[in-house]
Every structure is written in structure tokens, then in C-alpha cells.
Design a protein around this ligand. Structure first.
Ligand code: GDP
Ligand code: ZN
Length: 459
């Protein structure tokens, strides 16, 4: 299909030494050429070549920018259309000037995600791959990046296609049995064989879904709360974690003013530290926050780091915190282990139940390695490393996989009760369709527009 020509700045605004204006569409080369002065015209340039020259304002004949221009002709491009990338050296002003000149021609400013959307619409990538592009842009750790990468390379798509093929095989066999009951070569599809086959697919689906928890955590971070009474070392721990990790420390704008989220990367597990504002602030504020605030924070926590001061006997406030954490995955840290131990380790262990207890010191950095190891073990089982598998990480994909599983369960139950095989047909067809939505085989235009509008501009 032929679309109009679009353009946008496709590098992060204000960062990096080079900014790129990207054009895609039937007129991309012609339009770039009309602004470009170099040793030869871009229209004559071979595909996948790069050219040095100047961008000149056609009205004033003024040189706006010194550039390197890549010419990539369809179909071997990201969008499968003609693509031109104008690499500008100057800062934001000059790249904006170049974009402005481009947009004065017969070109439209690209919507967020529109380049990727074209790649999808032109069949270059499927929907789950397009979504991976978005994840890549937002990846918070190398592992999250790996997950997105393998999804972009189509590993999830391949899995989904395989599952769909298995469902199709069942459907085909049911069909043959209904239409040609006396056809000898056809495999006879009794409710027993249907049951067995559907169960096989279900097991496969379960394996894929079992990676969802890890995948989601890698993608979104594990909501982590640091609790402990005043002066036990919460701020010190936070500083250690932030310092140790090559972390992205972000304030999330638009959230409640006093809730700040920071991400730290613990052996590939992104921890989303919640309400670090309370911890960073002066300790009299922390005192005011007290147990009731902790209670509220703990409700949404997926991981708790509970600190107690090993240099003092346990207090009732410590004991109250132990009761609050309940079943939430927790690491108990007996801090200030560099000082003499005045706490009853036995009582701490008793209160901790099955939660691991570590001794730490923020002064001589004792126990931090073990803390990291313990945190990572919450997410990855012993041997599995963060990059060993294809993880399902996207909430939309997980939801669809679960719906497909429940449709399949309906078919399995029907077969189990000895219902005629064509009864199960509808459910299996439904499972097949739901899986198709993951890769974009069976999705509506509205959904597609919604998904792509979440992308960054210029991607
Ligand atoms: P918070 O109130 O829980 O945030 O505790 P802070 O991190 O502000 O620490 C309170 C005081 O304890 C500070 O003077 C820290 O230097 C000190 N502190 C924190 N961790 C340790 C530790 O492991 N050993 C020792 N000796 N002092 C520590
Ligand atoms: Zn503090």
C-alpha cells in the first residue's frame, strides 16, 4: 500500500551529538534532494549509501546545516518504504530548522509510533515485534532490553505461531471427521483424542505463561518498599542501592507529589523503590510517617526490605512491622552489624518465619552482596539466568494467553464429558483467534491505533 510521506526527529531531543531527521514514504528521496546540496543528487544515489553535503533553505539559499544523508530505498528498510535519514551535527535548533524545511514540502509530521506502525502495516514486523520496539525504548535494565530484543527478533511470535498451528491441526482433524466420517486415511477424532491433543497444547501454553511473572517484573520493575523505624539505616541502604547499581534514577512526574519512584538494577532485576521521598527526607518526617504509613505502603509492595537495628534490643515498633509484612516476600536486614550485637537473633528469626534474615552494615558494606543474591533469587530460580528464555512480559499478551487458555479449557472439559467433537470446535477456534491477536493477525484497527499512539515520537 502507498501512504503519504512522513517525517520526524528520530533521536532523543536534546541529547547526543547527532540528531536525525527521518523521512519515510514515496516522496522521501525527492524531498530530501530538493533541500540537499552535495557532490551529486540524492535521486541518483544508490540504495543504502550515505552522502555528505549541506541543507539549504530553497527560499533564501542560506545554508542551514552540514549533514550526512542516508538514502535507503524500499523494500529493504525498516518501514519497507523509501527512507531518508538526515544526520545533523548541530544542536536542537539546527535539527528543528531542518525538520521545519522538510515539513514545508509535501510531508506530514509523523505521529508517535508511526514509523513502526508502517513497518507493521507493510508486513515488515508483526504486532508483538512492534510492541517490543516500544519496550526497547523504555527498557530499564540490560535484561529487560534482552527480553524486548528477543521479542523483537520474533521469538514470541514463533512460539505463538507454533501454538496456533497445533490448534489448527486439531481443527482440521475435527473438520475431516465431520465432513468425511468414512474417510479411511483420516485420523479418527474421538473426544478422547481431542482431549489428549488439546491438553498437549494447554501444557505448552502453560509453559509460555509461566515466564510471565518474571517477564512482567523485568519489564515493569518489582515494587519494593524499605521499612524500619527511624535511624535503623534506611536512607543509608537506599544510597547504597542507588550507588551500587548503574541505575536509572527517575522522578515520575504526574504521580502524587510525595510519591517518588526510583529504579535500581539489582543483578538484572529492576527494583522500583516506592516512596523513597519519606526515606530521603529528614528523620523527623520519617518519624511522623510511622507505622500507619508503612501499613499503606506495604499493601502494594511486591518486595519488602525490613531493617532493624542490631545494635539495640528489638522494640515493639519492630515487632509491629514484622506483623505488618505478613506473607509479602521480604528480606529482613539486621543492620549495623559492624557494631556489637544487642539484638536477640533467635527472636528475629522467629518473627521472620520463612523470610530470609541477613546481617548487614552500611558502614563497611557488609552483607550487600548477599542481599543482591537473595533479591535476584526471588525472581530467577537457581540456574536460570535472566537472558536464558523467552519471557512473556507484555500485559496485553499475558491477558490474551490466559483467555486462550480458558477457551482451551472449555474445549478440554467438553471433550472430557464425552461431548461430540464438533462442540469443542468453537472453543478451539476461539483460542486460535485470541492467540492471533498477539501477533496482530486478528486485531481491530482501533486497537492498532491505540497501541501505536503509545510510542515515542520519531519511532
Ligand atoms: P534511617 O532513619 O532509617 O533512614 O537511618 P539513616 O540511614 O539515616 O541512618 C541513621 C544513622 O545510622 C546515621 O548516622 C547512619 O550513618 C547510621 N548507620 C546507618 N547504617 C549503619 C550501619 O550499618 N552501621 C553503623 N555503625 N551506622 C549506621
Ligand atoms: Zn533517614
Amino acid at each position: 500500500m502507498d501512504y503519504d510521506t512522513i517525517a520526524a526527529i528520530s533521536t532523543p531531543i536534546g541529547e547526543g551529538a547527532i540528531s536525525i531527521v527521518r523521512l519515510s514514504g514515496p516522496k522521501a528521496v525527492m524531498i530530501a534532494d530538493s533541500l540537499f546540496h552535495g557532490s551529486r543528487s540524492l535521486s541518483e544515489a544508490a540504495s543504502h549509501t550515505i552522502h555528505y553535503g549541506k541543507i539549504v533553505d530553497p527560499e533564501t539559499q542560506q545554508t542551514v546545516e552540514e549533514v550526512m544523508v542516508s538514502v535507503m530505498r524500499k523494500p529493504k528498510t525498516f518501514t519497507r518504504e523509501d527512507v531518508v535519514e538526515i544526520n545533523c551535527h548541530g544542536g536542537l535548533t539546527s535539527v528543528s530548522r531542518v525538520l521545519e524545511l522538510v515539513l514545508n514540502q509535501d510531508v506530514r509530521l509523523a505521529e508517535p509510533g508511526e514509523f513502526t506502525k508502517r513497518a507493521f502495516l507493510n508486513g515488515r514486523i508483526d504486532l508483538s515485534q512492534a510492541e517490543a520496539v516500544m519496550d526497547l525504548i523504555r527498557a530499564k535494565t540490560d535484561q529487560a532490553m534482552n527480553v524486548a530484543m528477543s521479542q523483537m527478533e520474533g521469538k514470541l511470535s514463533a512460539l505463538v505461531r507454533e501454538l496456533r498451528q497445533q490448534l489448527l491441526d486439531i481443527l482440521a482433524a475435527v473438520e475431516v471427521n465431520i465432513d468425511y466420517p468414512e474417510y479411511d486415511d483420516a485420523e479418527v477424532m474421538t473426544s478422547q483424542t481431542l482431549y489428549d491433543k488439546a491438553l498437549g497444547v494447554r501444557r505448552h501454553l502453560d509453559r509460555v505463561l509461566s515466564t510471565a511473572r518474571q517477564g512482567k517484573i523485568l519489564r515493569e520493575g518489582l515494587s519494593t518498599v524499605i521499612v524500619g523505624r527511624p535511624n535503623v539505616g534506611k536512607s543509608s541502604l537506599l544510597n547504597q542501592l542507588v550507588h551500587e547499581s548503574k541505575a536509572i534514577v527517575t522522578d515520575v512526574p504526574g504521580t502524587t507529589r510525595d510519591v517518588i519512584e526510583e529504579y535500581v538494577n539489582i543483578r538484572g532485576v529492576p527494583l522500583k523503590l516506592v516512596d523513597t521521598a519519606g526515606i530521603r527526607d529528614t528523620d523527623d518526617r520519617v518519624e511522623k510517617i510511622g507505622v500507619s504509613r508503612s501499613k499503606q505502603l506495604l499493601k502494594s509492595a511486591e518486595l519488602v526490605l525490613l531493617l532493624i537495628n542490631g545494635h539495640e534490643p528489638l522494640t515493639d515498633e519492630d515487632r509491629a512491622l514484622f506483623r505488618l509484612i505478613g506473607d509479602t516476600p521480604t528480606v529482613v536486614l539486621i543492620n549495623k552489624a559492624d557494631l556489637s550485637l544487642k539484638i536477640s537473633i533467635d527472636e528475629v528469626k522467629r518473627l521472620s518465619g520463612s523470610h530470609p534474615v541477613l546481617q548487614t552494615s552500611m558502614i563497611d558494606e557488609k552483607g550487600l552482596d548477599e542481599l543482591e543474591k537473595t533479591v535476584a533469587s526471588f525472581i530467577f530460580s537457581d540456574q536460570a539466568s535472566a537472558n536464558s528464555e523467552t519471557y512473556v512480559s507484555n500485559t496485553r499478551h499475558i491477558a490474551l494467553l490466559k483467555q486462550a487458555r480458558s477457551a482451551l479449557d472449555d474445549a478440554i472439559n467438553a471433550a472430557d464429558q464425552g461431548m461430540p467433537v464438533d462442540m469443542a470446535q468453537i472453543d478451539i477456534k476461539r483460542a486460535w483467534e485470541l492467540l492471533g491477536e498477539i501477533i496482530g493477525d486478528t486485531v481491530s484497527d482501533r486497537l492498532i491505533n491505540e497501541l501505536f499512539s503509545k510510542f515515542c515520537l520519531g519511532k
